[in-house]
Design a protein around this ligand. Sequence first.
Ligand SMILES: NC(=O)c1ccc[n+]([C@@H]2O[C@H](COP(=O)([O-])OP(=O)(O)OC[C@H]3O[C@@H](n4cnc5c(N)ncnc54)[C@H](O)[C@@H]3O)[C@@H](O)[C@H]2O)c1
Length: 428
Amino acid sequence: MSTDTNILRTPPAPVRAAPLEDARRQLAEAVSHLGLSEGTYRLLAHPRREVTVSVPLRLDNGDVELYIGHRVQHNFSRGPAKGGLRYAPTVDLDEVRALAMWMTWKSALLDVPYGGAKGGIAIQPRDHSRAELERLTRRYTSEILPVIGPERDIPAPDVGTDESTMAWIMDTYSVNSGYTVPGVVTGKPLELGGSLGRASATSRGVTHIALAALQHAGIARRGARVAVQGMGKVGRDAARFLAEAGLRVIAVSDQYGAVHHDGGLDIAAVVRHLDVTGSVVGAPGSDELEREALLELDVELLVPAALEGAIHEGNAHRVQARVVVEGANGPTTTAADQVLADHGVLVVPDILANAGGVIVSYFEWVQSNQTYWWSADEVESRLEARMLSAWEQVVRFAADRRLSLRAAATALAVGRVAEAHRLRGLYP
Ligand SMILES: NC(=O)c1ccc[n+]([C@@H]2O[C@H](COP(=O)([O-])OP(=O)(O)OC[C@H]3O[C@@H](n4cnc5c(N)ncnc54)[C@H](O)[C@@H]3O)[C@@H](O)[C@H]2O)c1
């Protein structure tokens, strides 16, 4: 058993700005633009359901550590709640609330029949063995068991979690149900009913949107310079797909630092180095760059694909990119958004740019529920069609209403959710 101080150790305090304030401000703008009521704002500014749980973990050395987990279901008026599960030391309830709200807008914008949710545990997964992460995941799952399920709330991977995490959730849920329930999570391993194309779906979607946005901005794709912040599940495949599409990825970063090569990085070599060493730093054919300097490089396209608040009031005026495509959720603060708009930077918002994940999650859920599997080509062509259709709707709405792409995307999504509420009526 651990010492008292160990038991009482609290997770590190969050270091970032307030994503929930930004999310609520975006909602308020959409409500006002659409002429919806104050009551509608209040209804949508607060999550429908929140669960906070203690997650005691027996460490490999026998000590017991306590972690705090959350699952927030922002809205389920259009279908089951849907959203990722994050393991990071910076997780707190307000962050999870913001991420859950953005999931509601994303599902509505892409017209998938889901609401929005998010989960998180305040833990540094790097500091734990695989066996510890499995026990943590199973205990967290059993604590939130009553509120999840294929018709209630369907988790998926996010920062610090992966397909193994989803396999453990599915197994824990299934053992407790007495039969196998593949539809309780998405982002599962293929062998357990995962979908072809799910692992790289967010990155594919980012790439489709980035190419459309460059064209919209009148920038030739061939040789266009790109910087990608974050080389995790989203960033690494986005860098690869963008390079394959003829762009020149000149810089990438992770939490340890950034690397740069003016002539274009060899992304396959960078990823091999990352897999072996755990970081992009020192990748062959690259110079080292200060981590945050990546955001300020002279590039045509910047893809922030790490965490919230990367582009903020303090650095936004130094961003030189002409187009920013948000691979991450909430990487641009509201204050930074205004600075980028004043500088003529085209910002494609997260709820559109990184929606490829929720689209193919929806395809996976449909396939799981029907026990019928689609080919990779089918998945990818349906993903591309949905992404580009949403892009066109947002661009048209923004032009008609003289809104930024973020304001347009949020208003379109909020309008659909508000309409679902109106049609269903208020119980009792
Ligand atoms: N995984 C998905 O399908 C998905 C879908 C939609 C949105 N997102 C969002 O995309 C973002 C990344 O998610 P992920 O699944 O790739 O997570 P991940 O844990 O796989 O990767 C995160 C990456 O960010 C890096 N990073 C952290 N802090 C950094 C910093 N200050 N500077 C540079 N790099 C930093 C990490 O080193 C890592 O490479 C998150 O905002 C997530 O919510 C993910």
